[in-house]
Design a protein around this ligand. Sequence first.
Ligand SMILES: [Zn+2]
Length: 137
Amino acid sequence: MGFDKFGSVSFTSEAKVADFVGYLEEGKVMATRCKKCDVAYFPPRVDCSNCLSRDMEWFEIGSKGKLLTYTEVNYGPAGFEDDAPYVLAVADFDRGVRVFGRLSREIAAGDIKVGMDLKPIVTNLPDEKVLYEFAAA
Ligand SMILES: [Zn+2]
């Protein structure tokens, strides 16, 4: 349990990384890092695909991100039809993880620039669901 509260449409209710949602409810966007080989993961993993260790730790992705690339979604996939148009983005965060997510609607289309500073924010959705987005920093 736990992962069913992530996002507006959830495709799974159980995951080894369900703690991710608990952290989101605390306002934190978290990634994991392998204690053995130091590789960081976002989305978080609890098993290291680099060295196969299970000795992982959680850490916040940080507050400083840079927009790497983005795309405007005009026709949402199943479950997201009513959300479109929205902007999907990839941002590099200062603690070493590359994060995929939505840009906040508070950023006007004309203000979106590759390289702009972003910070993660946690948004509460109906039915006690939570989602992270990127806002202008
Ligand atoms: Zn490892």
